[in-house]
Ligand binder design. Structure first.
Ligand SMILES: *[C@@H]1O[C@H](CO)[C@@H](O)[C@H](O)[C@H]1NC(C)=O
Ligand SMILES: *[C@@H]1O[C@H](CO)[C@@H](O)[C@H](O)[C@H]1NC(C)=O
Length: 417
């Protein structure tokens, strides 16, 4: 490239040089500016797609903004399959549990978990609370396309170690397979595990699965998670996830893509759960039930005893349009350390299962919905963990807690490199 005056040798050389430098700098600045303003435009377009017009907005003490969006304008209805969908305001059927919730609550001194934003307001009827996506949320993601999506995961068909460790996901889970399942339930102890690297996460959830891992997996997932990348903080948050193609092109967390249809105006997906449990302190837990409505065929989700949140329409799925072939419950972390090394990202409470109640995290009253649409104890419960010295799981059963397990761990320690 040659600029006028740049090769002229004279007393004005220094000045010419300065002008040339300026020209070069401003040229590259202009190039960078247009790239960044293009990105800004893209981010704003993306935000406009995600954030629907709000009837009312509520600022939560944790920095979230909760938009009360009219129920008919929620993200689900951007989905081509759902254009003419008639929203169901309640399930036609609700499976009954083996455990009288109140009795369980009494015996374990369960405390009610509410969402932090409720201190500053509620969403009116005919709206749903949606956690607003901010510019920073999108800029934190490795790419806009990946925002709200989960990286592909390989997992335990069996306890085959070849299936494990890929992409750093580590699990400590209990599971059942080999039958047809029409739902799953669990009461999950809530903690705030420490995450060492912002691109890692720690979650505790149930999975309702059909199809094959790594190929055409259909998955419905719900529980709590700490994910600095997704939310920009270390808070424990209620979340859901779904995919119908093994985490490739379909699905997302919460309401970050079209799919889940929410009907509840009190509970926001992705909102912080508070309070959380402390070691030797009060223990808090949340109940989650996911079940297939035998009439409509949609997969419904209930949070606690009182909140039916909404449903995943059956047409989002292939295998799950019929039934699930596997149910899993437990913890998952992303470990970013390569070569079999671990970070100190915690799963559950960060304590091992043998430490028991008040220290280790638990799932209790785990149940499946069977082909007669009843909640039943899981038969033939198996467990899986890649590295029991890093994160482990231990099952048990008794009268109050039915089938339960303790799970979790500290990650890196003297027995876990
Ligand atoms: C989250 O926790 C990590 C340490 O566990 C800390 O380094 C980081 O600053 C925290 N992030 C925020 C947003 O508070
Ligand atoms: C999985 O990771 C562990 C250490 O974290 C290592 O010992 C084992 O060989 C790995 N397995 C595979 C299949 O890579």
């Amino acid at each position: 490239m040659e600029f006028a005056g740049c090769s002229r040798g004279s007393s004005g050389r220094a000045l010419a040089l300065a002008i040339c430098l300026l020209a070069l700098i401003s040229l590259s600045c202009a190039a960078r500016l247009s790239a960044s303003s293009r990105q800004k435009l893209d981010v704003h377009k993306h935000l406009n797609r995600l954030n629907k017009p709000a009837v009312k907005s509520i600022k939560s003490p944790d920095g979230d903004i909760i938009d009360c969006v009219h129920i008919s304008q929620q993200p689900a209805f951007d989905h081509p399959y759902l254009k003419d969908h008639k929203i169901q305001m309640r399930p036609t059927y609700h499976p009954e549990g083996l455990f009288a919730e109140n009795k369980v609550a009494e015996s374990t001194k369960e405390r009610v978990n509410t969402q932090l934003w409720h201190v500053n307001g509620r969403c009116p009827e005919d709206t749903i609370p949606v956690r607003r996506t901010k510019e920073d949320d999108i800029l934190r993601a490795s790419s806009m396309k990946h925002y709200g999506r989960k990286k592909q995961r390989t997992i335990p068909k069996s306890a085959d170690p070849d299936l494990a460790n890929e992409s750093g996901h580590q699990h400590a889970i209990a599971y059942v397979n080999g039958d047809k399942y029409y739902g799953a339930k669990a009461t999950i102890n809530v903690w705030e595990p420490k995450i060492q690297q912002p691109n890692e996460f720690s979650l505790s959830q149930l999975w309702v699965l059909g199809g094959s891992f790594g190929e055409d997996l259909n998955s419905i997932e719900a529980g709590w998670q700490v994910s600095p990348d997704l939310y920009g903080d270390n808070n424990t948050r209620l979340f859901t996830y779904w995919t119908s193609d093994a985490y490739q092109a379909t699905g997302c967390y919460n309401l970050l893509c079209s799919g889940f249809i929410q009907i509840n105006n009190e509970i926001a997906m992705g909102a912080s759960i508070s309070p959380v449990s402390g070691v030797r302190g009060s223990q808090y837990d949340i109940s989650i039930l996911v079940w297939k409505d035998p009439k409509e065929g949609h997969w419904w989700m209930q949070f606690g005893n009182d909140y039916v949140l909404g449903y995943w329409p059956s047409y989002l799925f292939s295998y799950l349009a019929d039934s699930a072939s596997m149910v899993e419950w437990g913890g998952e972390v992303v470990n970013s350390e390569p070569d079999g090394q671990h970070t100190s990202t915690q799963m559950g409470s960060g304590r091992f299962p043998e430490e028991g109640f008040g220290k280790a995290s638990y799932f209790r009253n785990i149940q499946v919905v069977d082909s007669s649409n009843n909640l039943k104890a899981p038969k033939g419960l198996g467990t899986f963990t890649e590295q029991p010295n890093c994160y482990d799981v231990r099952t048990g059963s008794n009268g109050d807690w039915g089938h339960y397990f303790y799970y979790g761990g500290p990650g890196k320690n003297s027995n876990c490199p």
